[in-house]
Design a binder for this molecule. Sequence first.
Ligand code: HEC
Ligand code: HEC
Ligand code: HEC
Ligand code: HEC
Ligand code: HEC
Ligand code: HEC
Ligand code: HEC
Length: 397
Amino acid sequence: MKGYKRILFLFAVITTVIIILSRCMSVGSQLPKDIRGENYTGAATCIKCHVALSQSFAHNPHGLTSKPVNNQDLSRVFEPDSNTFSFNAHMRVVIEKRNKGIYQVAYENGKETHAERFDIQFGSGEKAFTYGYWKGKKLMELPLSYFTSINNWANSPSFPLDKIYYGRAITSRCFECHGSYVEKKTVQKSALALDEEMEKRSLIYGIDCERCHGPGKQHVVFHMENPKEKTAKFITIYKTLSRKQKMDACGVCHSGNDVLPQRSVFGFQPGDDLNAYYIRDFVSFGGANPDVHGNQTAMLTGSKCYQKSETMTCQSCHNTHESIKSSVQLYSQRCINCHKTTTHSALTLAKGILKDNCIDCHMPKQPSKLISFQKAGQNQVSPYLLRSHHIGIYPVK
Ligand code: HEC
Ligand code: HEC
Ligand code: HEC
Ligand code: HEC
Ligand code: HEC
Ligand code: HEC
Ligand code: HEC
């Protein structure tokens, strides 16, 4: 009888321990690991509860802004009859399918001089694609980029016009705006030169959920354990952020490339103060001459709509989870939200139905001062056009 009781007691203890352990281990430990750390869980986990949103995100420019090259996608980009880019009569780059992938092959006077494979794609193709190839632990830019405005290849931006160049590094800084994570190491190349190496396997391509929303593991664990709770917990609620915090959450990637990074912005979370990450050039920031490429923050904060209203942020016009791309009519509705009535001269009114398109007059497309590109066989460059986020009164054409 004693022995029987002892077994029963032992059994009870073991069961309790198993129950306790399995509760502790349960949700949290079953979630996939993420290289960014304990508090992250990866976009695949978010899909479980945010199905529709995750599906639409698969086609979103943020999500697609960097990825490994898929040969089928690439074949769709270039037609077999437009796979050559001639710099001049002697120099050309040909896009060729070979055994191990698709390559950009340089020919000078008919002889092959260099060939590198398409490994990584930058850009969702809204305006352009730029490509990188791995050279050991360094990522290098390929000589040709693809520009949607001409539906064709062109010499990569800022590349020399008189030679076929394979020597420009794509650094981890590109991934800080076009990706979610990469592990990097600084190596001493020579007494004076430092170089950067990146760990290919650590790369998280595209801008994922936790890049914008911050680490989400605790949020997931809570909602898996409390399926009846319909209010979000342990995740930053955008609506509760201050105006500056909202601007910073986009400005981390949309305030231009002339900032002085103080530390990696991979760790930036909504709510953080961007000034702790960047020293922004005060001459160009908000002032003198920001560029239409990449610096929507300075352009916008320089305009009257921003300065004279207390609420305008990027979200006044953009919801990153909704695609109203190219619909000037829907965007114009955003203007009308604040401008119920306007005073336009008879001359302006004669140009057509104003309410359908405030955008082309007040946010005209302008050429970037930083990016332009060279078309085949031409010495002059073509402009790279973007919307001016300096909302204002421009000469009407
Ligand atoms: C177990 C289910 C579950 C998972 C998995 C989950 N969430 Fe949520 N999430 C919720 C619930 C419930 C809400 C509250 C209702 C709503 O807004 O949809 C919510 C709301 C949110 C909100 C809105 C906050 C606001 O502004 O109101 C964000 C952002 C969010 N989740 C991000 C994420 C991210 C990022 C992931 C992946 C790391 C994730 N969620 C995974 C259940 C989940
Ligand atoms: C981690 C960097 C990063 C953050 C944070 C970020 N963006 Fe972007 N955004 C980009 C990049 C890179 C692109 C270009 C995507 C492509 O390849 O087409 C882009 C493109 C866009 C576009 C044009 C494409 C489209 O979806 O119509 C809009 C609008 C935009 N961002 C708005 C925002 C807003 C608003 C926020 C803040 C809520 C924000 N972004 C936060 C990096 C970022
Ligand atoms: C400070 C953030 C930032 C950095 C750093 C950055 N970009 Fe961008 N990039 C953007 C934003 C924002 C856009 C889209 C809007 C724009 O052009 O203003 C963009 C657009 C692009 C596009 C066009 C995307 C499309 O779909 O039209 C390409 C290609 C690109 N960048 C490549 C690169 C490469 C390669 C590097 C590194 C050499 C780099 N970028 C560094 C923020 C950045
Ligand atoms: C480029 C930045 C960015 C990325 C990437 C992003 N979000 Fe968001 N998300 C936002 C912003 C900004 C808001 C607030 C929208 C608003 O209030 O206008 C938001 C709102 C939400 C909301 C609540 C409101 C809604 O629109 O339903 C949920 C849930 C959410 N995001 C989940 C996700 C998930 C899941 C992913 C990945 C598939 C993701 N987000 C990727 C910026 C982003
Ligand atoms: C969040 C509210 C808000 C939104 C959204 C908004 N504006 Fe404004 N806008 C203002 C305010 C406030 C002023 C200043 C009015 C004043 O000076 O009395 C202003 C001023 C202007 C001016 C005069 C600029 C100048 O330099 O004199 C123009 C033009 C204008 N807005 C056009 C637009 C257009 C076009 C859109 C949409 C793309 C838009 N606004 C969206 C609030 C807004
Ligand atoms: C008053 C409305 C308004 C506000 C506020 C606004 N945008 Fe835009 N944005 C637009 C319009 C309109 C377009 C053009 C859309 C199109 O042509 O499809 C655009 C386009 C873009 C693009 C695509 C690049 C291009 O030039 O086509 C990016 C990136 C972008 N916005 C980022 C931002 C960021 C970041 C903020 C906040 C700093 C912001 N926007 C605030 C109206 C606005
Ligand atoms: C054909 C070009 C054009 C279109 C379309 C247009 N505007 Fe204007 N807007 C102008 C010009 C030019 C001025 C300066 C006054 C004038 O000459 O009519 C102006 C002035 C303004 C002003 C400052 C005067 C005021 O009313 O306070 C605002 C605000 C404004 N526009 C908003 C809008 C909005 C909102 C829309 C869309 C519903 C729009 N505009 C459509 C060209 C245009």
